[in-house]
Ligand binder design. Structure first.
Ligand SMILES: O=C(O)CCC(=O)C(=O)O
Length: 293
């Protein structure tokens, strides 16, 4: 039985919002880093992006195509990677993540993904269809249930750096049940799914959510968005988590991460988390992709 309020909310609704987790100084530093990183990606000098018109990996940067996300914030080749590493491995995120994952300790955490979701850079609005991150829409109800009954083994979050982030839309409770007939039959871009909730975040607010909750993204080309999009895993997650992470091609740079700038306690935590990701990658072999499109 979950012992914490955060964990019970996540178990019940499939998501939980925590308000104002950053100090003013942290917020400014992260927003500046995110702004510089987005500019780099828009200019084509950081090719690891999510391109407008394509929902799932792999994405390929192309001149003239807008972006809605920047990938691999912990990649050591990115100038602002040290700032992003400080936030990824810091207590503000990992304290609630550990509570949601167990509770568990630092030595059970696995480094996973850290990306940035941004306003479509071509100014055109763009939407993702309703989905669960790691269960295809083609899954039958009993397949969905079988997967959803397994422990999630991840904490995934959006941390808003700008006010007014209303891009994530979820169906509360849908992480714990198969889709209804109505949800199965709905248009993939259904604008008003019964029971849906628009997650509203101000700068410094974070939402943690089960990535298999039924959800979609809706991006307003005119509204600023800079939201850190991350996940950490639990060592018990094994090969299923490996696919979630390694399909994003982190294997090629994870060995080169430099965590020497992190505070003493956080450096050991980061090294341990990285080592557990490398081990998972070695043991998992070819993992493929979770979803197409
Ligand atoms: O933009 C968001 O907050 C949702 C992103 C999403 O659904 C995804 O990356 O699969």
């Amino acid at each position: 039985m979950p012992t914490s309020t955060l964990r019970s909310q996540l178990d019940k609704d499939g998501f939980v919002i925590i308000r104002s987790i950053l100090s003013a100084a942290q917020l400014t530093q992260l927003r500046d880093a995110a702004t510089r990183t987005t500019a780099l990606a828009v200019a084509g000098r950081w090719p690891h992006v999510r391109t407008v018109g394509k929902q799932f990996p792999p994405w390929t940067w192309e001149p003239g195509v807008g972006i809605w996300g920047v990938q691999h914030l912990l990649n050591p080749s990115l100038p602002d990677a040290p700032t992003f590493a400080a936030s990824y491995f810091g207590d503000e995120i990992l304290d609630p993540a550990k509570e949601l994952l167990g509770p568990c300790g630092d030595d059970e955490l696995v480094m996973e993904l850290y990306n940035l979701l941004v306003r479509p850079s071509d100014g055109r609005s763009f939407e993702l269809r309703w989905h669960r991150d790691d269960i295809p829409a083609s899954a039958a109800a009993d397949e969905e249930l079988e997967r959803l009954r397994e422990p999630a083994w991840h904490a995934q979050w959006n941390l808003a750096l700008c006010d007014g982030d209303e891009s994530l839309i979820v169906v509360p409770g849908s992480h714990a049940r198969a889709r209804t007939e109505g949800e199965r039959a709905a248009d993939p871009f259904e604008p008003e799914m019964p029971g849906q909730l628009v997650v509203k975040l101000e700068a410094g607010d974070v939402v943690f959510y089960n990535n298999n909750i039924l959800h979609r993204g809706r991006y307003d080309g005119a509204r600023e968005r800079l939201s850190l999009h991350g996940s950490v895993g639990h060592v018990a997650g094994g090969r299923l988590r490996a696919r979630n992470v390694l399909q994003h091609a982190v294997g090629s740079w994870v060995d080169g991460c430099d965590f020497s700038g992190l505070p003493e306690g956080h450096r050991a935590r980061a090294e341990g988390m990285r080592a557990r990701l490398v081990k998972l990658g070695r043991e998992s072999g070819e993992v493929g992709y979770s979803l197409d499109g």
